[in-house]
Write a protein that binds this ligand. Sequence first.
Ligand SMILES: Cc1ncc(COP(=O)(O)O)c(C=O)c1O
Length: 392
Amino acid sequence: MIPSVLPTYNRAPLTFVKGEGSWLIAEDGRRYLDLAAGIAVNALGHAHPALVQTLTEQAGRVWHVSNLYQIPQQQALADALVEKTFADTVFVTNSGTEAAELAIKMARKFWYEQGAPERVEIITFQGAFHGRSSGAIAAAGSEKMTKGFGPLLPGFVHLPFGDLEAVKAALNDRTAAIMVEPIQGEGGIRALDDAFLRGLRDLCDTTGTLLILDEVQCGMGRTGRLFAHEWAGITPDIMMVAKGIGGGFPLGAVLATERAAGGMVAGSHGSTYGGNPLACAVGTKVMEIIADDAFLAEVRRKGALFRQRLEGLVAAHPEVFEEVRGTGLILGLKCRVTNTDVVQAGYGAEVLTVPAADNVIRLLPALTISDEEIAEAVARLDRAASAVEAAA
Ligand SMILES: Cc1ncc(COP(=O)(O)O)c(C=O)c1O
């Protein structure tokens, strides 16, 4: 008999009843060091006092009114994002997938309004992940995500990861946009180098093509800058944000330049829940905390410390791990053994990690993780690795 919850997930047999900063406490009282953070969502850890206060205060006032009316909390969030980024305008969504949908629509509508309705193609890259809607799976294009869900939304061109020559060859007078994650998260913490991102920006500038960056996983301070593209010194035309921006409350956004958003007039897009007062009050508070130079400098410092310790872990367990990947607090360990065995052994050592493609385990802790917790995380990963070795 089918379970009452649609069985689309492979869940670990763990139930958490409480979260405190970087820790999750299970029903049986065991304390797990959380390097999953709800898959890069709990950017400020669990039950951050400022977020609890903001959420409960807003909950006592008004939760939802719909976009029929003015929403000052949405305005405040959009203003904060515009102030701190390349963007001139923001549409607030509930998730990363919805942000991907709008990014695709916005790019196509742009060219339609420019009198070039044939420019509909969007270039994407192998290993990408943009969500689970029909549009987002077509954008990623992998067989794993798309098989059985056809007919797929047409108009995506899938290119090898990080291949600028392939992009040059693929650009033509039907190209609307290039959509890419600066660091692939689900794809295995695979970072594009700065030169590639700058190359994409140049190609977009010469052809008018829109550059869409998906910073759903790598954005919101995770790399030690507010957004990952800042490292390459470029800006996109459209950007998708979600996960960390809500600190655990469902929230996403599409950020865009005035030019790129030109086609999105009244009535062209909408959402019942998107931009509701509860989510936006929390998001504005998250922005206030993360978009702060001192906070981001700490992420960079802790990321370097964590990475250094992980290099030692890889050296100590060369049969389990191959290499460390990533930057800031979006880190990965490429495994020599099956990655899910390491994740599983982590449960035994009371440390939570996330599997990714390319046989990688992801470490996406709260950006507020302390130096002591980083040391503890490496000690627990060391125990997990030893357990995998012992079982081999
Ligand atoms: C890069 C990227 N884009 C989009 C998404 C989809 O976001 P959501 O799961 O919030 O719909 C994800 C989720 O993992 C992601 O990592």
